[in-house]
Design a protein. Sequence first.
Length: 395
Amino acid sequence: MLSTLPSVEWTVDSLARARRMAEEFHREFRGEPELWARAPGRVDLMGSHTDYNLGFVLTLPISKDTWIAARHRDDGIVRLHSLNLEATDQFRLDQINRAAGSKWRNYVRGVPAILQQEGLKLNGCDAVVHSTVPLESGLSSSAALECAVATIFEELGGWHLSPQRKAQLCQKAENQFAGVSCGILDQYSACLGLDGCALVLDCRDLSTRTIHVAESIRIVICNTMSPRRLSGGEYARRRSECEQGASLLGVNALRDLPPSVLASRRKELSEVVARRCEFIVDESARVELLAQALSDDDRASIASLCAASFAGARDLYEIVSPAMETMMKCMLAAPGILGARQAGAGFGGCMVALVDAAQTGAFRASVIDSYSRSTQTAPEVWPVVGARGAEAFHL
């Protein structure tokens, strides 16, 4: 096997993954895939819910990713099989309707629907999908799927989008077709990742800056195994409360709200809206501070910034579930811990720890043991590295 994709490390596991997908493709569609695409999940190291408030986020596109193996069709039909879900979808490109009661199908269908609205020529395909991004865990499995799907249609159509434009169109697909009012963070992370780097994303002008985390620090994801769902009412309510606060205080977005103005005009807001605004203003400011601390190996700042973020998520934004509280205690008690906080939108799913590199193994063993004993549920705990954004490759 020869790959034109330098970011795939052809380990025993990745080769087995490719073979399994190729075998499944043959079973489902009788033949061999002609092209492949991948897109990473992501973990936000700082900046919960700041993206739709046009603030800043420190994001890490991760080495957990979604792969698609595909083959061109001439009849405008798309047939797709998910290895993770053992489920199949089929639709025509000239008649893309929403699938009732099936979120993953709408994540897929929304992408070609929006691409065609842009006037882009699409071709049908047969495709098999496999993801190592845990579903409903806060690591952006939906965006990884969307961006990998968009990349397949790029290759089939013979046209190419800039990574920035691809991210925007995939976000539009999730907003308008799948009905999830997410900000730009997830799709931007999936499209603009770089090997070994975190990114500071300005969610207003969509500019990014690469951040190199000190070699003595490892980023470790800890999955509570408690699923989270963005399409539920709590996420939409948080967004609405932020928009209400911005409107009442006369700013276009909370990103524009100075802390001093919030403090002086707080009584103009309901207590709930004031707490939401306080968290977003503080959280966005913490992004640059943590980026610098991670580059400098400033462990005191890492600890205090992560602690403040989690406390705000719990007390001000109220997105911390009981499973997350338990995981936080287990992470903070483990060897090598430098800082820990929520990941993604909260309400369950994954959390992220910054760990002394030399103690990564001991940290992992401790968290698995203590969380398992506390909850009778075995967590998933794994270190991750920065990964490249969505791209096509060939075997």
